[in-house]
Design a protein around this ligand. Sequence first.
Ligand code: SF4
Length: 348
Amino acid sequence: MTTTDTGTRRGKAAAGSEYHAKDGLLLEVEDLYVEFHTADGIARAINGVNFDLYEGQTLAILGESGSGKSVTAQAIMGILDVPPAVIPKGQIRYCGEDLLTMQAEKRRKTRGPEISMVFQDALSSLNPVFPVGWQIAEMFRVHRGMNRSDSLERAIKLMQRVQIPGAKERVKAYPHQFSGGMRQRIMIAMAIALDPAVLIADEPTTALDVTVQAQIMALLQELQEERQMGLILITHDLGVVADVADKIAVMYAGRIVERADVYDLYRQPAHPYTKGLLESIPRLDQKGQQLAAIGGLPPNLMRIPEGCAFNPRCKYAQDVCREDRPALRLVAPGRESACHFAEEVLNG
Ligand code: SF4
C-alpha cells in the first residue's frame, strides 16, 4: 500500500471508501448506449460499448471528434445533461455497483473521492476569480471537513507534487497568472486531491505544445503508478498516449471497433480505421513516408450508415460491409476487431 500526500491509498479500495475493488476490478462498462434527443432527431452517440478497468491499468480511448469517447467519459462521471441525453440501456459498475441505478446522492459522492476527471480546457474549468490554492483547498474543506489552514497546507503539498515551482508563494495566484501547462497541472492536482480510484483525463494535453504534452503525460503516468489508479485517457492522438497506455480501445460512431495492447495495435492494426489513424500521425520508425489523412468525415450520428459505420470511408469495403454490422470479435490472441476483413488487415 502506498502513502501519498493526500493520505494512505489503496491496496484494494480508497482509504475510508465503502467500495472494494474485487480482484482489482474497478470499472465495468457493459453494453452502454447513450442517445441525445433533439428537435432534429435522435443522435446515437454510444451504441453498445463494453470495457473493464483494473487498478494500476491505463486504458486509452482513441477516436476522432464525435466518435463517442468523451460521451463515454461523461456517462461514467455522471455529468451528461439529462435530458437531452438518455441512457436507454447498459450498466456502468464501479466496484460492482451500478452507477446508473445508484441513488443520486450516493452517486454524487463518488465524484471526486472515487472517480475523478481532468478536463481538456483548464482555463474554463478553473474559476478565474479565486486563487488556485483556494480552489484546490476547497476540495478538502468540502469533502474532508478540513479547516482553512490545514486545507491550504494540503493544497500547497499537492501543488508541489504536481511540480509547480514556488508552490508556497503561488498558492495565492489566479489561474490567468499560470501558463497553459501549469494550469493543467493545477487541474490534475484538483482531480487527484481526494485520492480517487479512477482518473479520467479527457484530451488533457490538446491545447499544449509538444514538450509540455510529454511532461503532462509523464506526470499522469507517475501519479497513476504511485497511487495505482485506474486511468482512462481520452484522446484523438495515438502519438500522445502510445508510451503511457497499456490497452487501447478505438472508437468509431459510438462503438469500440478495435481493442488491443498498445504495442500490438501500434505495430499492426487489425481495423482499417485504426490503420488510417496510424497512417495520419508521424512515426520515428517510418521516416520519409508521406502522412495520409483518412478520407471523408465521421458519420452524422442521426444517420449512421447501415452495416459497418466506417464503410463509406473504408478502402477495404465490400458488399457485405454495407449490409452486416461486424461485431467486435477476437481475431488474434489479445486482439479484438469489429471488421469483416480483420485478418486481411492484420496480415496485410
Ligand atoms: Fe472496412 Fe468492411 Fe472492415 Fe468496415 S467491415 S472496416 S467497411 S472492411
